[in-house]
Design a protein around this ligand. Structure first.
Ligand code: COA
Length: 282
């Protein structure tokens, strides 16, 4: 089948390693050890946060795979990106053990590559969210174009509680999206935003029943992928006309975030997560 001169319906499951190169042979099933599976299907690049035993908490390796999946999408002529999590949680946010043991340093750290790629890609991004979307789990959605949420979705940005500061340009995008006063409650008080409120706030496109979430999100991504591609990409560039503002915010936040990560305040707050009853130390 061909649409707008492109092949669609290609099934290309692979697992991304470094710099967009498939780390495993074409056709091989995605492995869950890295925590991200990537599959191209019907013009859509499916990016699945695939570490359900740890609530899809994002490791350095996972960011690297996500950064590569986003960066190579334009070159690979992908019509839409679809991000979702496996299991009952979108993501518990950055892996806190990673924050303690291998905090991001250089500007080419995988998390920054992922964020700048997401903020500047011309490929529309659809997201499907069920359960908790913590930290970057919420802030990455501010860069997505269409977001579906199950009624269980819960959006939380507890950076201050962890001794940290907002990231992913959320210091600019969150107040812009939901207003300064509500962003204040989310950031300073750590108040969660439920699915209905997120819809009212314009963070979410639509709340759909849990059992329909994946199909609804996939259909939307496939529909976008079938549209005239140059028009889609030009529209995305117009909608994200202020990329320089967003990148400047990310750069500002990154300086503060790195300082905070090294602070005793943050290290103590993050360590205490693992001291809670029933949680393993790794
Ligand atoms: N980093 C590392 N491990 C994490 C994690 C994270 N961000 N989020 C969850 N996990 C791990 C837990 O340590 C636990 O591992 P264990 O079974 O080996 O002990 C496992 O995932 C399940 O987590 P648990 O807290 O028992 O599940 P829950 O359903 O009660 O709660 C969350 C899910 C996501 C709400 C909760 O885990 C949470 O708040 N996580 C941390 C969020 C956070 O502060 N993220 C950083 C934002 S910058």
């Amino acid at each position: 089948m061909s649409t707008h001169g492109r092949r669609v319906g290609l099934n290309r499951p692979f697992f991304l390693g470094c710099r967009g190169k498939p780390a495993f042979a074409r056709g091989q099933r995605a492995m869950s050890s890295l925590g991200i599976s990537v599959e191209d299907r019907d013009g859509v690049r499916h990016v699945v946060l695939d570490r359900p035993d740890k609530k899809n908490a994002l490791t350095v390796a996972m960011y690297a795979a996500m950064a590569d999946a986003v960066a190579s999408a334009a070159g690979d002529d992908v019509g839409a990106l679809l991000i979702r999590g496996r299991g009952d949680t979108f993501t518990g946010g950055n892996d806190l053990r990673d924050f303690l043991d291998q905090p991001p340093h250089g500007d080419d750290a995988p998390v920054f590559r992922f964020l700048t790629g997401l903020a500047t890609t011309d490929v529309p991004v659809v997201a499907a969210v069920r359960g908790a979307a913590v930290g970057i789990g919420t802030t990455m959605l501010l860069h997505c174009d269409v977001v579906y949420a199950a009624p269980t979705a819960k959006f939380k940005v507890p950076f201050v509680d962890l001794g940290l500061v907002p990231e992913a340009a959320s210091s600019v995008l969150l107040p812009r999206r939901i207003g300064r006063a509500r962003a204040g409650a989310a950031l300073y008080l750590g108040e969660a935003i439920n699915a209905g409120q997120a819809f009212a706030d314009g963070i979410v496109t639509k709340v759909v029943p849990d059992e329909e979430l994946d199909a609804v999100a996939e259909l939307a991504a496939r529909m976008i992928a079938l549209k005239p591609r140059a028009a889609v990409r030009a529209t995305k560039r117009l909608l994200t006309y202020d990329r320089d503002v967003v990148l400047a915010a990310i750069a500002r936040e990154t300086v503060a975030f790195r300082e905070r990560l090294a602070s005793a305040e943050a290290r103590s707050a993050m360590s205490s997560f693992f001291e809670r009853a029933g949680r393993s130390a790794t």
